[in-house]
Design a binder for this molecule. Structure first.
Ligand SMILES: [Fe+2]
Ligand SMILES: [Fe+2]
Length: 190
């Protein structure tokens, strides 16, 4: 996604100042807003696609491929969110509290925080590729002339999902992870 698009997204979502947020409110926001959204949206889109496929599948065989990508995303992302919530984020919360209480940072289960970050970034790229495939298959979420209102609603949900996931990945890749690396550097230096 181009930087200009990201700037536009940030300014319309109130996340424009996210770079200035402390790490804990940032994690709270990511989990309560973006993780909850992914958990709700993917099953809902998956079942809408299954219904569409029964009605329009013969004339629009690409719906089956879209549903496959959405199902893969659901499996991959649900796992990914758990890794962030149970592995990385608790360690980052400890790092954030380090200056007040150095005792809270014990040895991490993964060595340096660079290791899980590298893995999570790879998974982000994978998710972004799936989004590109879905956008291509649906021709930019277009409803075909023979599509019904449910078709249109499903395409709108997919487009919204793409937008939210890009914001989510951007917050982690460009804001949260750099902050985490910096906090660890400071904690390990002392
Ligand atoms: Fe996340
Ligand atoms: Fe993530």
């Amino acid at each position: 996604m181009a930087m200009r698009e990201l700037d536009a997204l940030r300014s319309t979502t109130g996340e424009g100042e996210a770079a200035d947020w402390q790490i804990e409110p940032l994690i709270d926001h990511i989990v309560s807003h973006h993780h909850t959204y992914v958990r709700n949206a993917l099953p809902s889109i998956g079942s809408a696609l299954a219904t569409l496929e029964t009605v329009h599948g013969r004339r629009h065989p690409e719906l089956a491929q879209v549903r496959w990508h959405v199902e893969q995303l659901r499996l991959d992302l649900f796992h990914h969110l758990l890794k962030e919530e149970h592995l990385l984020f608790p360690y980052l919360r400890d790092l954030a509290r380090y200056s007040a209480d150095p005792g809270v940072v014990s040895n991490s289960p993964f060595g340096t925080v660079e290791n899980p970050i590298r893995m999570l970034e790879r998974e982000h790229r994978h998710a972004a590729e799936a989004l590109r495939a879905i956008r291509q298959l649906t021709r930019d979420y277009r409803t075909p002339p023979d599509g019904c209102a449910s078709y249109r609603a499903c395409m709108a949900e997919l487009a919204e999902f793409e937008c939210d996931l890009h914001r989510h990945l951007h917050l982690e890749d460009r804001v949260l992870f750099p902050k985490a690396l910096e906090l660890e550097r400071i904690a390990w230096q002392e």
